[in-house]
Design a binder for this molecule. Structure first.
Ligand code: HEC
Length: 118
């Protein structure tokens, strides 16, 4: 019995340390899960592609190639995706994705290696 009590003393501080470290771990994995990434990429090609072109080179919507977005601040692109552009055909997507997910899409689009235009 005494032995078990001593073990518990060692065990609880370790658990507490793990819990305290958890928020750090969660922040590092803000990226969508691989499964959610597939859904978002599908949305990008099908839904966004219906206006911006299947290859993101533009159509009804402006081009979303890495080169055409390079100079635009992430924040304003994320806001455009989440809230749309009133007075234009660009609809708001906040009902379909979180801010982190919109940010992730902006990163995908701005990177010539991952932009579906390539
Ligand atoms: C119904 C058509 C339509 C759909 C669907 C659509 N867009 Fe747009 N989008 C537009 C139009 C039109 C503009 C240009 C608005 C303007 O004239 O300022 C635009 C602008 C944008 C911009 C700003 C580009 C820039 O150069 O500033 C981004 C980013 C964007 N769309 C991303 C998306 C994403 C991501 C999706 C899918 C989740 C999407 N759009 C779906 C029509 C659409």
């Amino acid at each position: 019995m005494k032995h078990a009590a001593r073990l518990a003393h060692l065990f609880f501080p370790t658990c507490l340390a793990a819990l305290l470290l958890c928020p750090g771990i969660a922040a590092a994995t803000d990226k969508p899960t691989p499964q959610r990434q597939q859904t978002l990429l599908h949305l990008l090609k099908q839904d966004c592609g219906s206006c911006h072109g299947m290859s993101m080179k533009g159509g009804l919507g402006s081009p979303l190639t890495a080169a055409s977005l390079a100079d635009k601040p992430d924040d304003s692109l994320v806001a455009t995706i989440l809230y749309g552009r009133p007075g234009t055909a660009m609809p708001p997507w906040q009902a379909f994705m979180t801010e982190q997910e919109a940010q992730w899409l902006v990163e995908i689009l701005k990177n010539a290696q991952t932009n579906p235009a390539q």
